[in-house]
Each structure stands twice: as structure tokens, then as C-alpha cells.
Design a protein around this ligand. Structure first.
Ligand code: SF4
Length: 414
């Protein structure tokens, strides 16, 4: 919700790409889209695929916050042309402020008449009209996790509307264990009040914190509920979280995962061909996958043939890897090749506990702890066990062979 800046200022930390704020990476500019409701019609699949092939390097990504990215755009002129094409199809907002207001993630596996979707629309509309939110850091976002079970516990966000154990709703600042009880009628007003309280917090204004979780972890956000006018609300806890869904067909549809969150433009065209004549409208998900509600289970095999993961036991399931080198300018290692090697080498039980391959210490692909976290450095590979990129490595500057041997040792000791 900050003022758009020219694409040339990209290397600054904390920059959050959007259609109006493309970000430079190792393979060119990245243009990020948040289609309304996260839904992509079949014509839009083709439009996005054509745009990615014409202006980018034909690589399309889904992010952990259910946005879609087109990578490898050569320059700002091409980014502007692509944006104009997508804007004509209402896939891009009219300006950066409207685009920022769309940083609301909801559970795409809930039915289209689920209240969470209406809540998302109301939150987006209200955020667009709230000038105080323009002061929020660019990456700041909201999340609505009101499904049963809650599936978005591992999805990062700053302000969280979550289902409670008794079927009600609560509002929680990320990084804070305690939530306050809200209702569908006051959820939007209270969520925006909490966002405004964050935006006017002295430590946020001073630029010391850009995300809610960091503010809360510091202890400096202790009075935020009170400052937001929520101090009198009943304290409550969210319902226990469920596990995120695995790829594959279920009775309600099919979850088609993208290997490492990426797929080629041709695969989107192939998907459009597969869905032609059906009323399936794919949705973006925060699990780096497309959700195809109501899709014929028999489609899973055809989806796998065009590059999607639909086998819940696929070796790449459970492995998070960022683009790494050379696609990302900060990448110190080729993350995808290493991830495939580890996927083949390690037993499924280890993969199920989470493996994170990070091209550098930023850890873009995963914020939750993993059994094994590999961090690329100028000296080689650092390895963290049962932690995140921020935790102390158990070994540093490992060669690739030494790293794989050490990961295997860790798996044997499980
Ligand atoms: S974690 Fe990966 S994607 Fe993120 S900055 Fe580092 S190399 Fe790039």
C-alpha cells in the first residue's frame, strides 16, 4: 500500500512485487498478479500463458500467499505491455494501492458459498477505501482461515481471521498466541483497526519492523490490541490446525501442485485444453498448487502428464525450494537440482517432516521449521536440523556430496 516506484529500484530489501511494482531478479523482472478471488478462468489461463511466453521466460509461479508470478520479463517496457494486456482482462488492478488491498489469502478449498469468500471481498473493498492503510509496509497482508479443518496455519500473514473451536471467529496478530473473539459482522472493522494500529506504531513508523510477527516477537507490540480498540474483546484461541492438503484427487476436486511452485506456459495451455468444455474454474492456493474444484478424478493422470504433481506420495511433496541460482540474483546454489537429488536420496518419512532448500539466508520458500533446512552460502551449504534459516546450523560450508551424506545420516537417526 505504498506509492508505486519505478521498476529500476528493485534491489532494495522488503520490496514486494506486484503488477504495478515489478521486481528485478536474476532472470529478469517478476510481475505478480492477484486475480479476483484467486480464480483463473480458462481464457485467463491462456492469456497468462501467452503473456508469460511473449514477454517473460515462460515460467509461471504460484507463491506461498496464493499469488501468481510471471518471471523473466526483459525490461520495464515489456512489463508495462504485459500489465496492459492483463489489465484489459481485469486480471490487474487499476493502481498499486488497489493492488495492495488484495493481499488477502483465504482457504480456496472451501465451497464458493462459504462465508470466508464473502469476508475476503468485504475486506478487500474496505481496505481499498481506507487511506490510513497506505502507510502499511508493502508485504503486509491478511488471511482468512475459517475452514474446518483450518488449513492455512502454515501460510504466512500479518493479520489472521481464524476459526475457533466452537465454530466462531477470532482475530489474531501474527506472532501472538492470544486472539480476540469477533463475528462475521465486525470482522472487517476489527481487522482494519488492528492494521491501522500496526501502521501507526512508533517502531513501525521508525522502520524497525515491517511485519507483524517480528513486532510481536520483540515484545514491543504488547499493547497493540488495546491500541486498536480491541482490548475489551473476549480473549480466545483459534481451533487446532489441520494438515495442509496433499496433491491429488479428492471427492471435491483435484489439487494440482507445481513442482517447486513453477510451471511452464505450455502446461497452462495444456491445462486449458484439458478443462475446455467443463465448468471447472481453477483457483490459486497457498500450497503452490492449483485447486480444480469438481474436476473429474480421472483428470489426475492427464495433469501429471503435462507437468503437475497429482500423486500425494510424489518425492517432491514435502520439499520446499526457492528459485535459487541463477534465476534469483541472491541465489548461491542451484536449489532445484539439489532438491531433486535429496528427494531421491531420502526416505519418505523424512520428506514428510519437511525439507527446505534455500538459495540464500532469506528463506523465501518456507518460514515454518523443517526437519532439514539447507542454506546456500558463498562457501557451500549450511545445514539446520529441526529449524528454519534463522536457526544455528549443525554444519556449515559443506560440499554438495558432504551435505547429502549428512542428510542421509540425519534420516538414519530418525
Ligand atoms: S531465498 Fe531463494 S528466492 Fe529468496 S532471495 Fe534467497 S535465493 Fe532468492
Amino acid at each position: 500500500m505504498s506509492t508505486p516506484a519505478p521498476a529500476s529500484g528493485f534491489s532494495r530489501k522488503g520490496w514486494c512485487p506486484g503488477a504495478w511494482r515489478p521486481m528485478r531478479s536474476g532472470d529478469g523482472l517478476i510481475l505478480r498478479l492477484r486475480p479476483p478471488g484467486g480464480r483463473i478462468t480458462i481464457p485467463d489461463l491462456r492469456r497468462i500463458a501467452d503473456g508469460a511466453a511473449r514477454y517473460g521466460n515462460a515460467v509461471i509461479e504460484i507463491t506461498r500467499r496464493a499469488a501468481l508470478q510471471i518471471r523473466g520479463i526483459a525490461d520495464e517496457d515489456d512489463a508495462a505491455s504485459l500489465r496492459a494486456d492483463l489489465q484489459a482482462a481485469s486480471l490487474v488492478d487499476d493502481d498499486a494501492q488497489a493492488e495492495s488491498a488484495r493481499q488477502v489469502v483465504h482457504d480456496p478449498l472451501t465451497a464458493s458459498d462459504h462465508p470466508g469468500l464473502a469476508l475476503e471481498r468485504a475486506l478487500v473493498d474496505a481496505a481499498r477505501e481506507d487511506p490510513a492503510l497506505a502507510a502499511l509496509p508493502a508485504k503486509f497482508g491478511f488471511l482468512i482461515d475459517d475452514g474446518a479443518p483450518r488449513r492455512l496455519a502454515a501460510t504466512p500473514s500479518d493479520i489472521r481471521i481464524e476459526r475457533t473451536g466452537d465454530g466462531g471467529l477470532c482475530l489474531r496478530a501474527a506472532g501472538c498466541d492470544e486472539a480476540v473473539a469477533i463475528t462475521p459482522d465486525n470482522a472487517v472493522a476489527h481487522a482494519l483497526a488492528l492494521a491501522r494500529a500496526f501502521a501507526r506504531h512508533p517502531a513501525v513508523i521508525a522502520g524497525r519492523f515491517h511485519r507483524m510477527k517480528a513486532l510481536m516477537a520483540s515484545g514491543e507490540g504488547a499493547g497493540l490490541y488495546r491500541d486498536a480498540g480491541l482490548g475489551q474483546l473476549r480473549r480466545i484461541s483459534p481451533a487446532d490446525p489441520g494438515a495442509p492438503p496433499r496433491p491429488g484427487a479428492s471427492e471435491n476436486g483435484t489439487l494440482a501442485a507445481l513442482p517447486f511452485g513453477q510451471i511452464g506456459a505450455q502446461a497452462l495451455h495444456d491445462l486449458a485444453d484439458l478443462l475446455a468444455g467443463s465448468d471447472v474454474v481453477p483457483s490459486l492456493t497457498p500450497w503452490r498448487a492449483l485447486w480444480l474444484p469438481g474436476a473429474d478424478p480421472a483428470l489426475a493422470e492427464a495433469l501429471a502428464a503435462i507437468g503437475f504433481i497429482t500423486d500425494p506420495d510424489d518425492p517432491l511433496t514435502g520439499i520446499d525450494a526457492c528459485p535459487g541460482a541463477p534465476a534469483c540474483a541472491s541465489g548461491m546454489i542451484e536449489t532445484h537440482a539439489l532438491a531433486r537429488e535429496l528427494a531421491a536420496a531420502l526416505p519418505p518419512a523424512m520428506r514428510d517432516r519437511g525439507i527446505h532448500i534455500s538459495g540464500c539466508g532469506k528463506g523465501c520458500a518456507r518460514s515454518a521449521p523443517a526437519a532439514l533446512t539447507v542454506i546456500g552460502t558463498a562457501q557451500g551449504h549450511d545445514l539446520v536440523q529441526n529449524g528454519t534459516v534463522s536457526d544455528k546450523p549443525v554444519a556449515q560450508a559443506l560440499s554438495r556430496a558432504a551435505l547429502i551424506a549428512q542428510c542421509n545420516d540425519a534420516a538414519m537417526r530418525q
